[in-house]
Design a binder for this molecule. Structure first.
Ligand SMILES: Cc1cc2nc3c(=O)[nH]c(=O)nc-3n(C[C@H](O)[C@H](O)[C@H](O)COP(=O)(O)OP(=O)(O)OC[C@H]3O[C@@H](n4cnc5c(N)ncnc54)[C@H](O)[C@@H]3O)c2cc1C
Length: 514
């Protein structure tokens, strides 16, 4: 099949066992609470069938040579990475923010690289298992999410030293045909409306933490998985329908309550071979890296959506010409351009890996993601500033349609005569959504933490950026060295960390090995 339809996807969800917990009840996957998230997922199917968008939303499978949805593709060229970024941006424009399907794609791309490397070094057989699952994903156009972020207990305390050992997902039993896992992953976006949950480690694991080096993929309604959900909803509309009003999401704290994972779905098991444990951190970083590359597409779109809304609301208010307005909008546009450029350039500087995957440059993806994360609240601030207080005090929709008050409301909502009363109302209603409803509140936090808290990008960049050759420029300028070095930063990928993890373990670093 290769490219599925939204209707097939919804049917699969409807056939799943109820395991979504909300408001004191267990829910199936047919409820209204999923409406906003499903709207986003629908775009990922419909656009793959749309001739206008198929150039970026579809790809050619390296396994079968067939046309598939790009969300199930493993990037095999610079062009693939560029198109993934364009697809993410395009679809994020359509939903005014996060498209919600990239986490599963990024997780599969990360496993592809790491499973292959691990098999080559350790004689394990994760990659053939992975390819089998990938075929199934590509055939049926499977939607996945990624459960990486462990609940983590006391921050700064290693998994093995936590008073409760279940604060990080771990293997509690190994059986001939599979493993039993226990733990919980937080902020698991979209989990209730995905076919599969891909679970990955969240950090480097030491030799005593072999049980925590675990990765697998399971159907989202698998026995023992409990999705403790929080729907992100827009304010309900009665009269003014719009694409912006259709979106929403559902977050999940996903509990793995002694869950059996069959061997064919296990892509890392630290108890299988002593050296596999070193691949946990490598896989964690590889996912974060692919995800930060996706962010360079979606965060560009997020900034462009905000810039677009800022420009429109400024016009409705009749303030476009003022220099402070121009300066504020230009700042957001500048951010979007830089983040996009970082993603593009990281694709051009990609490295081909032994499994055939193309892995973008890591300094650039982190630089792009960090700018986006640092700017996000400022961008919302500009939007609130240019909109005015009406976004937080807009009378209810009904007042604009009540025969007694409709004319008065039309009179008092109108500002720039270029816009009708209904157009002005639509724009301010959109701003109310954007700045004040529960879904947008969560999206603002996602802009800060999604893909890793801001400090994580700094840590990653400084771990990978070699300052010694860089200092050569200053040494020359200061007259310490007579020769001006010809400085070019080499490409960077998470592969460098695998060697460091191996060295850490080989040297018996006290922090992780005692
Ligand atoms: C809306 C949303 C959607 C998300 N979607 C997903 C998803 O689909 N899948 C997924 O796996 N994750 C997802 N995430 C999770 C995201 O990756 C995490 O929120 C992020 O990595 C931060 O982890 P945390 O929330 O546990 O915060 P913490 O790690 O607790 O961070 C809180 C603060 O503590 C600091 N801190 C923590 N530990 C240390 C330490 N050892 N030393 C110094 N400072 C420390 C951090 O820097 C930060 O300032 C999502 C997050 C959000 C908000």
């Amino acid at each position: 099949m290769g490219i599925g339809t939204y209707e097939q996807f919804v049917e699969r969800l409807a056939n799943m066992k109820p395991n979504v917990y909300m408001y004191g009840k267990k829910h199936d996957r047919t409820g209204d609470y999923m409406r906003g998230g499903l709207y986003c997922m629908q775009q990922t199917f419909d656009c793959a069938h749309d001739p206008k968008y198929e150039d970026v939303c579809t790809a050619t499978s390296h396994l079968t040579g067939e046309k598939i949805n790009r969300f199930t593709h493993i990037h095999h060229s610079v062009d693939d990475l560029l198109k993934k970024q364009l697809m993410t941006k395009l679809l994020s424009h359509r939903v005014g923010g996060c498209i919600q399907r990239c986490m599963g794609t990024d997780a599969m791309n990360a496993i592809s690289v790491v499973a292959y490397d691990c098999d080559q070094a350790n004689g394990t057989s994760y990659y053939p298992r992975f390819e089998k699952l990938l075929r199934y994903w590509q055939d049926l156009d499977i939607v996945g999410c990624c459960a990486q972020t462990d609940v983590k207990g006391i921050r700064g305390v290693r998994p093995i030293d936590q008073p409760d050992p279940d604060q990080y997902l771990r293997i509690v039993d190994v059986q001939p045909d599979g493993i039993i896992v226990r733990g919980a992953k937080v902020c698991n976006s979209a989990a209730p409306y995905t076919d599969e949950i891909v679970a990955l480690p969240t950090r480097f694991m030491g030799p005593k933490e072999a049980a925590y080096a675990v990765a697998f993929s399971l159907p989202s309604d698998w026995d023992g998985i409990k999705l403790m959900a929080l729907p992100g909803l827009r304010h309900k509309r009665k009269h003014l329908q719009s694409p912006d009003a259709c979106v929403g999401d559902v977050e999940s704290l996903t509990i793995f309550d002694d869950v059996f994972v069959p061997n064919e779905r296990v892509f890392m098991n630290g108890l299988e071979h002593p050296d596999v444990v070193q691949y946990a951190g490598y896989l964690a970083l590889m996912f974060a890296h692919f995800h930060r590359h996706s962010y360079c597409g979606c965060k560009t779109a997020v900034s462009e959506v905000i810039a677009s809304q800022a420009a429109l609301v400024a016009d409705v208010n009749g303030i476009t010409k003022y220099p402070h307005v121009q300066e504020k909008i230009s700042h957001i546009i500048g951010t979007a351009e830089l983040v996009f450029a970082a993603g593009q350039m990281s694709a051009y500087r990609a490295t081909e890996f032994p499994n055939g995957s193309f892995v973008p440059d890591e300094i650039l993806t982190n630089a792009g993601r960090r700018i986006a994360g640092n700017e996000i609240y400022h961008e919302y601030e500009v939007l609130a500033d240019l909109t005015g207080g009406i976004c937080a005090s807009l009378p209810t929709e009904e007042s604009f349609y009540d025969p007694e008050t409709a004319d008065l409301m039309a009179k008092y909502i109108t500002r720039n005569p270029k816009y009708t009363a209904e157009e002005a109302h639509r724009v301010f209603r959109m701003m109310e959504n954007k700045l004040c409803d529960p879904f947008s509140g969560a999206q603002m936090v996602a802009g800060v933490h999604g893909g890793g808290s801001p400090v994580m990008e700094t840590i990653t960049m400084m771990a990978r950026y070699d300052l010694e050759p860089l200092k050569g420029i200053a040494r020359y300028l200061a007259g310490i060295d007579p020769e001006m070095p010809r400085y070019e930063r080499p490409n960077a990928t998470p592969r460098a960390m695998l060697d460091k993890f191996k060295k850490t373990v080989a040297e018996g670093d006290k922090k992780v090995c005692n």
